[in-house]
Design a binder for this molecule. Sequence first.
Ligand code: FE
Ligand code: FE
Ligand code: ZN
Length: 281
Amino acid sequence: MLTIGAHMSIAGGLAKTAEHVVAMEADTMQIFSRNPRGSNYRAYEDAEIAAFQDIRTKHQFGPLLAHAPYTMNLASANEKTYEFANMVIREDIRRMDALGIENLVFHPGSHTGIGVEAGIRNIIKGLDQAVAEDQNIMVLLETMSGKGTEIGAAFEELKAIRDGVRCPEKIGICLDTCHIFAAGYDIVHDLDGVLEEFDCVLGLPLLRAVHLNDSMMPLGSHKDRHAAIGEGEIGLDALLRVITHSALRELPFYLETPFDEEGHKREIAMLRKELGISPPV
Ligand code: FE
Ligand code: FE
Ligand code: ZN
């Protein structure tokens, strides 16, 4: 079994986007929870939501993933930035949960000079005012490349966040292959070792999703530049080993490679062919 999809634009609406997932022969998708570079979002009509749910059920989509906007920095010491981030995470957890979306992923944030520990304290406080015991949706911390003052490039930092919150059972992890490679985890030569380390620090059961990307930048570069599968420093063989690894193969994989829908469709077909797996019916 392989569950694979791509990051999709929802500019055409929820139901249209779900139709595109089917046309791409994908099993799932990632969408932005709101405008990724701003703050606005669209409220969907009931009919639109019903059409979306129909397609999703009929085609047995795998877990859906919503991605919080890049403008959201829960680690920030700037009052306005922090208040905005608190509002966005609080609202988007509710909004995405109401749509029955399984997971919401966010970048833990950048401490911008106040230090990792103070940044992590801010993230914990921000999550505590947003995460509710009775929500269905899981909130995922994304593994980061560690550019600038970014938090979350080390598994230990993600662990510290999860351990600090009031409802840790609602917090999972989204592993981004490009980011962990750029952070210095050598998934090309030692995938087993990296996953063992993940298991020791965080525990493999916390993994809910994988962002499947190649990396334009080398191991440990702390630079976040996604490459097409097989066109970067990780390479096709190593990424195929990620998809088929016994600890990962049941997870949903989401492409965030530099392509439009046509390109992602080709990339999904190429991966299925390499693995000898036929597309969904
Ligand atoms: Fe991300
Ligand atoms: Fe990612
Ligand atoms: Zn990235």
